[in-house]
Design a binder for this molecule. Sequence first.
Ligand SMILES: [Zn+2]
Length: 147
Amino acid sequence: MKCQFCNCQNSKVLDSRASPENNSVRRRRECLGCGKRFTTYETIESTPILVIKKDGSRQPFDIMKIKKGIIKACEKRPVSLNQIDEISSSIEKEFQNAMAQEITSDEIGEKVMDKLKILDEVSYVRFASVYRQFKDITNFIKFLDEL
Ligand SMILES: [Zn+2]
């Protein structure tokens, strides 16, 4: 952090204060060159993830939408809300860790299916049938055969 008074590169931190409301840390520093004091703010860079829909339009990634879809698929199944929470937040984390800025709705659907498949087969089939919008029964049967 360059001192604004003398351009010296070295400073020491006198005080750090987190301000939770905007996810930043405020640091009071003292320049080791000229001794003047200044304040810096550190923030976490968060890039919103955009979802590309089938028609090419984009909208912000919304974890709640994924969760709702999973809840619907798991209706009356022995799947707890906790497990649904875990699935949706692990999907969110995977996309964040991949540093993806744009993902397709297909990628989300595939990930949800991967996880549901392990958790509960009936929910998985329900989700897949809505998600893949089987146009005819033959496709659907073919899909079931591949299970
Ligand atoms: Zn200085």
